[in-house]
Design a binder for this molecule. Structure first.
Ligand SMILES: C[S@@+](CC[C@H](N)C(=O)[O-])C[C@H]1O[C@@H](n2cnc3c(N)ncnc32)[C@H](O)[C@@H]1O
Length: 432
């Protein structure tokens, strides 16, 4: 009986899909039948998972949880087959899509427009949302959307069609594609670490390289060995670990580019939510590479008082100049500039007044370009004093002739070229 009903339902769905480009769903007694029509008609069954599934024990708690999550996610997908972000509509249909990365994409579109890009490779596209937004909203004429997954590729083609965009869509291993072809701008937005793609991306990128890393634990020192393996550098978990992560990623990028006689200039660096994002201008030539490598170095950090100093070479670990405790060395990492104010201000003009992306860029453009920062509360805790207003401390440092600013890396961070003793003095001082 069930089979007969499903057969009838299937015939109805096949018939209706002939007049409908989108996916057609039908709920049968066995589960959900889905009919999709692109170039050819294919039929996929998405079964409801029941706890009586013979291959699992319904008493197994982890299976129950998995089945519940599966059914929940499926019900969400069923309810929103079409989504919107920026000026494009798209489907995700099982491909990866993280709505929390919207901010990252907003800034990417603003940067692509600010740099007046003519060509852009979204090397790891998933649904294609990033590349499509760059094409539509930043007006980049030649956009290539690539994903190794045939399912993602099919979805990208469909999403391009839905938006009337004439971008190129490729279904290649990104490393192979980037070793073979050159693009004015290459964007890496992988699961976790971009490290497996950086060598090929450095070869492919003619003028710009944009990179996201979501593996903040290895980058910022929480997973030391993994950080050393992936980034060929020693990270440290410090008060300024977010900037440490960004500079370690920048350091690896600089070295990958230098191997190919290329140099880089970071245009925008931000660490937001759970990821690090960098925008690099790529310069060709051995001199550019040499100049760039001169921006590399180390940070000597004191775990006792939080004092840090930058070092050009890997000097042996010594004693802290502030409290005499043993210091630890982090690096090699990028010590050069990480923000290009002019470019950031141009990108800002593309963003709505008061939106989060614009506010973030405002802080990035205003922050002093000196390595790392002190945490206002950590300093006050060590001094055993009640923290005053952070802006007052910044102003006092400026009044004493130092460069000082707040930072987007941390709401309690103070970026300054002043030594720790001066920051402590400024934190202790109270205005009359
Ligand atoms: C984090 S998702 C990309 C998200 C997308 N950039 C966005 O903004 O929504 C990573 C994608 O990379 C793809 N991928 C993983 N390894 C790949 C490889 N070697 N070559 C090409 N694509 C790959 C996966 O299929 C997945 O769709």
């Amino acid at each position: 009986m069930h089979l007969q009903l499903d057969a009838i339902l299937l015939v109805i769905l096949l018939f209706s899909s002939l007049f409908n480009d989108n996916i057609t769903f039908g709920f049968s007694l066995f589960g959900v039948i889905r009919v999709r029509r692109s170039n050819k008609i294919s039929i996929r069954f998405i079964p409801e998972i029941t706890l009586e599934d013979a291959s699992h024990s319904p008493r197994d708690e982890s299976y129950r949880k998995w089945a519940k999550d599966y059914n929940h996610q499926k019900s969400i997908l069923m309810r929103m087959p079409q989504m919107e972000e920026g000026a494009v509509t798209f489907e995700i249909d099982g491909a990866f899509y993280n709505p929390k990365m919207k901010l990252n994409r907003e800034i990417c579109v603003a940067m692509a427009a600010a740099l007046d890009l003519g060509e852009y490779l979204d090397a790891l596209s998933a649904s294609g949302i990033r590349g499509m937004r760059v094409a539509r909203e930043a007006g980049v004429r030649r956009v290539t959307l690539n994903d190794v997954s045939p399912r993602a590729h099919e979805l990208i083609m469909k999403n391009l069609g839905r938006n009337g965009l004439e971008c190129e869509a490729t279904c290649r291993n990104a490393n192979a594609l980037m070793h073979e072809r050159r693009f004015q701008a290459v964007d890496l937005d992988p699961f976790g670490s971009p490290s497996p793609f950086l060598a090929a991306a450095s070869r492919s990128a003619l003028s710009y390289l944009f990179v996201t890393a979501t593996d903040t634990a290895p980058l910022c020192g929480a997973h030391l060995n993994s950080g050393i393996r992936k980034y060929l550098a020693r990270p440290l978990r410090t008060d300024y670990h977010r900037e440490m992560g960004a500079r370690i990623l920048l350091g690896l990028s600089a070295r990958e580019l230098a191997r190919l006689d290329k140099g880089m200039e970071p245009l925008l660096t931000h660490v937001t939510d759970h990821y690090v994002r960098v925008y690099l201008r790529v310069r060709k030539g051995a001199k550019a590479a040499d100049d760039c490598l001169s921006g590399m170095g180390y940070v000597e950090h004191c775990p006792s008082c939080g004092c840090f100093v930058t070092r050009k070479g890997p000097e042996p670990e010594g004693n802290c100049s502030h409290c005499q405790a043993r210091t630890i060395l982090a690096g090699p990492l990028w010590l050069g500039k990480i923000q290009a104010k002019e470019t950031i201000l141009t990108a800002m003009q593309r963003l709505d007044e008061g939106c989060r992306a614009r506010r973030l860029l405002e802080i990035c453009a205003a922050e002093e370009d000196v390595p790392m920062y002190y945490d206002h509360h950590s300093i006050c805790e060590r001094l055993n004093i009640t923290p005053g207003r952070i802006d007052d401390v910044v102003q006092r440092l400026r009044d004493r002739g130092h460069r000082a600013s707040r930072t987007h890396f941390c709401g309690l961070g103070i970026k300054t070229d002043a030594p720790l003793v001066q920051v402590e003095e400024a934190s202790k001082a109270r205005d009359p």
